[in-house]
Ligand binder design. Structure first.
Ligand code: ZN
Ligand code: ZN
Length: 102
Protein backbone atom coordinates (compact mmCIF):
# COMPACT_ATOMS: atom_id res chain seq x y z
CA UNK A 1 0.00 0.00 0.00
CA UNK A 2 1.11 3.52 -0.66
CA UNK A 3 0.28 6.66 1.31
CA UNK A 4 0.01 10.31 0.38
CA UNK A 5 3.04 12.49 -0.27
CA UNK A 6 1.91 15.03 2.38
CA UNK A 7 4.55 17.57 1.34
CA UNK A 8 3.48 20.85 2.96
CA UNK A 9 3.37 24.26 1.33
CA UNK A 10 2.30 27.67 2.58
CA UNK A 11 0.37 29.60 -0.07
CA UNK A 12 1.86 32.97 -0.95
CA UNK A 13 -0.43 35.88 -0.11
CA UNK A 14 -0.96 36.63 -3.81
CA UNK A 15 -2.24 33.12 -4.45
CA UNK A 16 -4.59 33.27 -1.47
CA UNK A 17 -5.97 36.59 -2.72
CA UNK A 18 -6.35 35.26 -6.26
CA UNK A 19 -8.29 32.17 -5.10
CA UNK A 20 -10.50 34.21 -2.78
CA UNK A 21 -11.39 36.68 -5.55
CA UNK A 22 -12.03 34.02 -8.19
CA UNK A 23 -14.15 31.64 -6.12
CA UNK A 24 -15.37 34.03 -3.39
CA UNK A 25 -14.08 31.63 -0.79
CA UNK A 26 -10.72 31.76 0.97
CA UNK A 27 -8.51 28.70 1.09
CA UNK A 28 -8.01 27.37 4.62
CA UNK A 29 -5.50 28.92 6.99
CA UNK A 30 -2.06 27.33 7.30
CA UNK A 31 -0.11 25.09 4.96
CA UNK A 32 -1.70 22.86 2.34
CA UNK A 33 -0.50 19.27 1.88
CA UNK A 34 0.23 17.34 -1.29
CA UNK A 35 -2.32 14.61 -2.02
CA UNK A 36 -0.32 12.87 -4.72
CA UNK A 37 0.86 9.35 -3.84
CA UNK A 38 4.17 9.10 -1.96
CA UNK A 39 7.21 9.05 -4.24
CA UNK A 40 5.36 10.71 -7.14
CA UNK A 41 7.03 12.86 -9.77
CA UNK A 42 6.87 16.64 -9.33
CA UNK A 43 4.91 18.83 -9.18
CA UNK A 44 3.09 18.59 -5.88
CA UNK A 45 -0.67 19.22 -5.84
CA UNK A 46 -3.06 20.01 -3.02
CA UNK A 47 -6.83 20.52 -3.06
CA UNK A 48 -7.75 23.88 -1.54
CA UNK A 49 -11.50 24.22 -2.20
CA UNK A 50 -14.04 21.52 -3.08
CA UNK A 51 -16.70 22.85 -5.44
CA UNK A 52 -20.07 21.35 -6.38
CA UNK A 53 -18.43 20.18 -9.60
CA UNK A 54 -14.67 19.71 -9.46
CA UNK A 55 -12.25 21.37 -7.09
CA UNK A 56 -9.62 24.09 -6.92
CA UNK A 57 -6.09 22.69 -6.72
CA UNK A 58 -2.74 24.37 -6.22
CA UNK A 59 0.35 23.01 -7.94
CA UNK A 60 3.88 23.87 -6.80
CA UNK A 61 7.38 22.61 -7.26
CA UNK A 62 9.41 23.58 -4.21
CA UNK A 63 9.71 25.93 -1.28
CA UNK A 64 10.39 29.47 -2.38
CA UNK A 65 10.08 28.52 -6.04
CA UNK A 66 8.04 30.30 -8.66
CA UNK A 67 4.44 31.23 -7.94
CA UNK A 68 2.25 28.14 -7.62
CA UNK A 69 -0.31 27.45 -10.33
CA UNK A 70 -4.01 27.47 -9.47
CA UNK A 71 -5.99 24.83 -11.35
CA UNK A 72 -9.68 24.03 -11.63
CA UNK A 73 -9.83 20.25 -12.04
CA UNK A 74 -12.67 17.78 -12.51
CA UNK A 75 -13.17 15.17 -9.78
CA UNK A 76 -12.00 11.60 -10.24
CA UNK A 77 -15.22 9.75 -11.18
CA UNK A 78 -14.20 6.45 -9.53
CA UNK A 79 -15.87 4.99 -6.45
CA UNK A 80 -14.64 2.10 -4.33
CA UNK A 81 -15.86 -1.42 -5.23
CA UNK A 82 -18.37 -1.34 -2.34
CA UNK A 83 -19.46 2.16 -3.49
CA UNK A 84 -18.92 3.54 0.00
CA UNK A 85 -16.04 5.87 -0.85
CA UNK A 86 -15.56 8.42 -3.59
CA UNK A 87 -12.03 9.20 -4.68
CA UNK A 88 -10.91 12.65 -3.53
CA UNK A 89 -8.37 13.15 -6.29
CA UNK A 90 -8.86 14.92 -9.63
CA UNK A 91 -9.72 13.15 -12.88
CA UNK A 92 -6.85 11.21 -14.49
CA UNK A 93 -4.60 11.50 -11.43
CA UNK A 94 -1.46 9.42 -10.96
CA UNK A 95 -1.33 6.36 -8.72
CA UNK A 96 -4.02 4.63 -6.70
CA UNK A 97 -7.40 6.12 -5.79
CA UNK A 98 -7.60 7.54 -2.30
CA UNK A 99 -9.46 4.55 -0.80
CA UNK A 100 -6.64 2.28 -2.02
CA UNK A 101 -4.06 4.18 0.03
CA UNK A 102 -2.93 3.68 3.60
ZN1 ZN B 1 3.85 15.68 -3.44
ZN1 ZN C 1 -9.25 8.37 -8.22
Amino acid sequence: MIGNCWYGFTLPEGTTTDITERWREPPGVGPVFCLEPGGHDAPHRACVISLTVGAVWVEWTKWGGPEPRVLLLADCPATSPDRMDACSMYDEHQGPHTWERT
